[in-house]
Design a binder for this molecule. Structure first.
Ligand code: PXP
Length: 249
């Protein structure tokens, strides 16, 4: 079965916030993505509100008809927003104030009690819970124990290894293959634990195929590369091309 694509539209809001104005509209972006065939819309409500704002979540909740996945840190403030706005899914992610983007998976082992308590409250409110973790067996087991229904495997390492043309040859290619194996093994282990498996971070039209070929991965969350391409071909076309890229593995 082909994996689903949730489009992360954070960077539409990044452009809007560059001028603190009203355009481009995050709502139009969500509707265009859905009309192009996206299976869901993902946004990250960061503690510093550098792109998505609280009001965006409220508006998106009213407009998104497919699936609204909100990425957030496991804090009291974010938990309250989720319980109030009720997205279809919450993905718990780590966050540090000066990072350019999410820097890796959440350390569920280290922050187990807090994460478990947040997961329980979200689930009690009927919200589906995913945890963004590195492809690491200890973290997968901890995520399961914490009550997550899904894990999202962090593909940042794979993205880094496949970023440049040079990386696609020789030693670089071998390292990328080893990372694909690590993701495969992780996905297989997570499946035996009854978890649903997503993946994301730094995925592109160029590097998606090796991961789209892993049958256990049933969802991808992709943002920056799609929004970048949309500058040149439009958002509708950019989303359609990524859906095709996921399919072609
Ligand atoms: N998944 C998670 C958990 C993320 O934090 C991000 C970045 O916000 C993405 C997926 C999407 O990453 P990218 O924008 O690099 O496609």
């Amino acid at each position: 079965m082909t994996a689903k694509l949730n489009v992360n539209i954070d960077h539409v809001a990044t452009i809007r916030e560059a001028r603190k104005t009203i355009e481009p509209s995050i709502i139009t972006a969500a509707v265009v993505c859905e009309q192009a065939g996206a299976h869901g819309i993902t946004v990250h409500l960061r503690q510093d509100r550098r792109h998505i704002q609280d009001r965006d979540i409220e508006l998106l909740r009213d407009v998104v008809t497919t699936y609204l996945n909100v990425e957030m840190a496991a804090t009291e403030e974010m938990l309250n927003i989720a319980l109030k706005t009720k997205p279809d899914a919450v993905s718990l992610v780590p966050e540090s104030p000066n990072e350019i983007t999410t820097e890796g998976g959440l350390d569920v082992v280290k922050n187990f009690e807090n994460i478990k308590s947040v997961v329980e409250k979200l689930k009690a409110a009927g919200i589906f819970v995913s945890i963004f973790i590195d492809p690491n067996l200890e973290q997968i087991e901890a995520a399961k124990k914490a009550g997550a229904q899904q894990i999202e495997l962090c593909t940042a390492e794979y993205a880094e290894l496949t970023l440049s043309a040079r990386a696609a040859h020789g030693e670089g290619a071998e390292k990328a293959e080893t990372e694909v194996e690590r993701i495969k093994t992780s996905a297989a282990r997570a499946k035996t634990l009854g978890l649903i498996i997503a993946a994301g971070h730094g995925l592109t039209y160029r590097n998606i195929s090796a991961l789209a070929a892993i049958p256990e991965i049933t969802e991808f969350n992709i943002g920056h590369n799609i929004i970048s391409r949309s500058v040149f071909v439009g958002l509708n076309q950019a989303v359609k091309e990524m859906i095709e890229a996921v399919k072609q593995s």
